[in-house]
Design a protein around this ligand. Structure first.
Ligand code: MN
Length: 192
């Protein structure tokens, strides 16, 4: 049984950029719901339970599962993996990865140019989904968004930075002001 991992900070830690109620509902209701549904599908496949969710997503296509269960694993395993990673790259204490910052500057010209490109991608994404900075198997950085709860692990990519673009991530405080949510969110990104 997978259980909800604790947030690495308090629910009010990201105030005023992300409000406490949003964080509490997002973690205890939305993230928990993905875990509950993930456990329901994994119950049927005891042999898969010893593998990590990220690893299962990496080899989703070849897993011996019923098609409808693969969709559940894609959606709810992705939901669990994406949220766990999202919580980890935010915080009030900087955990700057110097190698990542260096690589971002080499790829995009500067950290500011990267932020601009990431922000544009997030604004252009239509509907629910996630914006990503990932590393591919050639150790190159890529920017793209995914719909719904699709994970970069499905493509064998390693997440480096992500932003939740579902309305549940910002609607209580920002309503339709997605651009303000994205702009303010950069203040709580801890890894660059
Ligand atoms: Mn979310």
């Amino acid at each position: 049984m997978i259980t909800l991992p604790a947030l690495p900070y308090q629910y009010n830690a990201l105030v005023p950029f992300i409000d406490e109620e949003t964080m509490r509902i997002h973690h205890t209701k939305h993230h928990q719901a993905y875990i509950d549904k993930l456990n329901l599908v994994l119950e049927k496949y005891p042999l898969l339970q010893s593998d990590s969710v990220d690893s299962l997503l990496q080899k989703l296509e070849t897993l011996p599962m019923e098609p409808k269960d693969k969709i559940q694993l894609n959606n709810n395993g992705g939901g669990h993996s994406n949220h766990t990673f999202f919580w980890s790259i935010m915080g009030t204490t900087k955990h700057v990865d110097p190698d990542l910052s260096k690589k971002i500057s080499a790829t995009f010209g500067s950290v500011d140019a990267f932020k601009k490109a990431f922000t544009e991608g997030a604004l252009q994404h239509f509907g629910s989904g996630w914006m990503w900075l990932v590393e591919n198997s050639n150790k190159e950085l890529l920017l793209y968004s995914t719909p719904n709860q699709n994970s970069p692990h499905l493509s064998g990519h390693t997440p480096k930075i992500t932003l939740d673009l579902w309305e549940h991530a910002y609607y209580l405080a920002y309503q339709n002001r997605k651009a303000d949510y994205i702009k303010n969110w950069w203040n709580v990104v801890s890894v660059i």
